[in-house]
Ligand binder design. Structure first.
Ligand code: ZN
Length: 313
């Protein structure tokens, strides 16, 4: 096993909410769950596409209410990530998924910021928070979210774009991304997961993102691959997620090796580890077993993750 530093750059903190913690938090907050036990909940984790996952994902978040809940959620992730060899984590959170159900933005930010501030001391993982816009909500809400985060001086390192991709192109969010860049935030966006390669072009040209989250569909467009290679734009690929959401039919067919060989700055990440079959180390283990990832390829992927991170930037 390699002991090189490893950055995880594509992980939604709400997606690390494990079934046992859902029951714990429901009890703490006096919330009645529509499942009688963990087994009944876990039986729902068979997804047909991105939307079928998102439906359960948003429903489970109802147990997250207070700053303490968010801090506990993030600490559980940092502990697990550290055990898997992660030394740096740049984590997404979805503020609108909480504010839209009445949780104050302050509670979300305060809890995550508290856990992030102590992640290095507690777990040996340096970290940063990336607020993600839900692209399937009205654009005006995205603008207000950024304004609110800036007004409260939220300790975030960047702005992202996630949720249901198809039909919600990056071009909708030009203004909010321009403002984020002007405010000195890093910018990234999910593109080319279920959506077409065209969305990756838009994310680069219109949003001027520094990384593409997912991006596996870039392989359908040679000119796009050449550009991503020339400009060394990192792709935060999530292999187990791709299989669970049917973006790739079988892990054996995952194009990770092809992406490395073409010179893309590709990285391996867990996306929503509680839902997709594991954390970043589980993704590496599965690739090693099913794709035959070599030690040299693992080293390239680890090295790419640090190059692609915002450490020191
Ligand atoms: Zn994602």
């Amino acid at each position: 096993m390699t002991t090189l530093p490893l950055a995880e750059l594509h992980m939604h903190i709400e997606g690390s909410l494990e079934p046992p913690q859902i029951f714990e938090l429901a009890e703490r907050n006096g919330i009645a769950l529509p499942y009688s036990d963990i087994g009944e909940l876990e039986a729902l984790y068979e997804f047909t596409d991105l939307q079928s996952f998102l439906n359960l994902y948003y429903a489970n978040m109802s147990v997250l209410r207070t700053a303490e809940d968010f801090a506990d959620l993030a600490r559980a992730y940092f502990r697990r990530a550290a055990a898997g060899g992660v030394t740096r984590a740049e984590i997404f959170f979805d503020p609108q998924a909480h504010t839209d159900r009445g949780v104050p933005l302050e509670a979300v930010v305060e809890g995550l910021a508290e856990a992030s501030a102590s992640s290095e001391r507690e777990f040996g993982v340096t970290s940063g928070l990336i607020a993600s816009i839900l692209r399937d909500k009205p654009v005006l809400h995205a603008n207000k979210l950024l304004d609110d985060l800036l007004a409260m001086k939220a300790p975030i390192i960047g702005l992202g774009l996630d949720s249901a991709e198809a039909g919600f192109p990056p071009s909708l969010f030009v203004d909010v991304f321009a403002k984020a860049r002007a405010e000195g935030l890093h910018v990234v966006a999910h593109a080319g997961e279920e959506g077409p390669a065209e969305y990756i072009w838009e994310a680069l040209d219109l949003l001027k993102v520094e990384r593409i989250d997912h991006g596996v569909r870039c392989l359908e467009d040679d000119a796009l691959v050449n550009r991503l290679v020339d400009e060394e734009v990192p792709l935060t690929v999530c292999p187990l997620s791709n299989v669970r959401l049917k973006v790739i039919p079988d892990l054996k067919d995952h194009p990770i090796r092809q992406m490395i060989e073409r010179g893309l700055v590709v990285t391996v990440n867990s996306d929503d580890p509680a839902y997709f079959g594991g954390y970043v180390d589980d993704n590496f283990a599965a690739l090693t077993e099913q794709v035959g990832l070599t030690e040299r390829e693992r080293e390239i992927l680890y090295d790419n993750s640090i190059r692609a991170s915002f450490i020191g930037r």
